[in-house]
Design a protein around this ligand. Structure first.
Ligand SMILES: Cc1cc2nc3c(=O)[nH]c(=O)nc-3n(C[C@H](O)[C@H](O)[C@H](O)COP(=O)(O)OP(=O)(O)OC[C@H]3O[C@@H](n4cnc5c(N)ncnc54)[C@H](O)[C@@H]3O)c2cc1C
Length: 381
């Protein structure tokens, strides 16, 4: 059996690893000229944890995990408001979950895939055509590849989805926010190692995160109407220009950052994840958004379950895809609902709303409130 996978992000590489372990021949086409890496700190757990364990990559992921020992909420001028201890942070993350850089998950998967799957960088797909026997994929390098299955793991703006399922606008649910994330060259002195500092004010959230080995991630999440109609990362200077603390230092880092992740925050609501021999996986299929904080876990867990379903139905791709979607969809939709709930309280515009939404966090070192917070975020094991 042969699969063509579009996209070498977390979903694509996890699928390559899992299918290769199931004895499939795998070709991956990645649009970027080389491995993208980079990213931000994510919480990894749930079905991602279980999938990683079955794929044998959990120890390598854990070695790259980082611990946040303090999360300090600050005023726009930098003055501390309140602090969450490492213990409270861990409790709200859920059993077995850990923090890791998105790029480190990708790196672990890439190493595990090794030479066994062919990865063509600088390559995308331009046409797809299928029948009962096979799917034919025309790639941008001019080749036409035949396979039993095409997996579109090409993210939020999936070209596979556009070609086979229809235009992005038919499926995108805009959450009314934008996000920018990048790594800074060094950890500023004002951010102690292993801590995160965050400011929320006027519909904007900023965070600076020490993610181990001296590495530091800057994060901006804000209501889209605060930015320009023609969006660009440069608008961060206007949107965040009045904030103090380490915000000016982070904005300075924008110029020299290797790679800047900048996008609107949108969910993908796709009523069926497969059409014949073409299946969507990861953000291309269900993007739950950072509001749900579970996209990497769903990508790895989803790839593992896909591989398992294909193993259970040798030679019957349709049966495998139907079983896989029935198993995974409830969990993805639950996380989408969580994302939509969190959106409402993510970056409040006014002080009163901010104080109200953060009150449970302020009180969360107290057991009963902590359990309430844990339940609210549905993050417990
Ligand atoms: C700020 C932020 C915080 C987050 N926090 C968390 C968290 O706490 N926990 C969590 O689990 N998840 C989190 N996520 C989500 C998580 O990063 C994603 O859901 C996850 O990485 C899934 O990735 P993917 O492989 O589906 O898509 P992507 O990472 O977008 O990868 C898609 C790949 O396809 C390639 N590609 C795109 N178009 C084409 C094309 N036309 N042809 C070929 N290749 C193409 C891209 O270059 C890329 O390599 C967060 C996301 C953001 C933005």
């Amino acid at each position: 059996m042969r699969a063509i996978i579009i996209g070498a992000g977390i979903a694509g590489l996890a699928a390559a690893l899992r299918l290769e372990r199931a004895g499939w021949d795998v070709l991956v086409a990645e649009r970027a000229p080389e491995r993208r890496g980079g990213g931000y700190g994510v919480t990894f757990g749930g079905i991602g944890h279980d999938g990683a364990e079955r794929m044998g990559i959990l120890p390598a992921l854990r070695r790259r995990a980082f611990v946040t020992r303090e999360l300090i909420y600050r005023r726009p001028d930098g003055e501390p408001r309140f602090t969450l201890s490492g213990q409270v942070i861990t409790a709200t993350m859920g059993a077995g979950s850990f923090n890791i850089l998105r790029g480190d998950i990708e790196a672990v998967l890439y190493e595990a895939v090794g030479e066994s799957a062919a990865i063509r960088f600088g390559t995308t797909l331009t046409a797809v055509d299928q029948d009962d026997e096979a799917v034919r994929v025309t790639l941008s390098d001019g080749t036409v590849e035949h396979a039993d299955l095409l997996i579109g793991a090409d993210g939020l703006h999936s070209a596979t989805r556009a070609l086979v399922f229809g235009p992005e606008e038919d499926y995108r649910l805009d959450m009314g926010h934008r996000v920018a994330v990048y790594m800074l060259g060094e950890r500023p002195a004002g951010l102690p190692e292993g801590t995160t500092g965050t400011i929320s004010a006027g519909g904007r959230t900023f965070a600076m995160m020490s993610v181990g080995d001296g590495r530091t991630a800057a994060f901006f999440g804000y209501r889209s109407d605060l930015g320009r109609p023609r969006r660009s990362p440069e608008e961060l200077h206007e949107v965040y220009g009045d904030m103090g603390w380490l915000v000016p230092r982070a904005l300075e880092g924008l110029r020299s950052a290797d790679s800047v992740y900048f996008d609107t925050i949108s969910q993908m609501v796709v009523d069926r994840w497969s059409h014949g021999r073409v299946v969507l996986l990861g953000d291309a299929a269900w993007c739950v958004t950072l509001f749900a904080g579970y996209g990497s876990s769903l990508a790895v867990g989803g790839a593992d379950l896909l591989g398992a379903a294909l193993e259970r139905h040798p030679g019957d791709v349709a049966a495998a895809l139907a079983e896989w979607e029935a198993r995974l969809r409830p969990e993805a939709e639950k996380k989408q609902r969580l994302g939509r709930r969190v959106k409402g309280v993510y970056a409040p515009r006014n002080r009163v709303a901010l104080e109200l939404t953060q009150l449970p966090l302020r009180l969360s070192s107290w057991g009963p409130v902590r359990r309430m917070v844990e339940r609210g975020f549905q993050l417990r094991g």
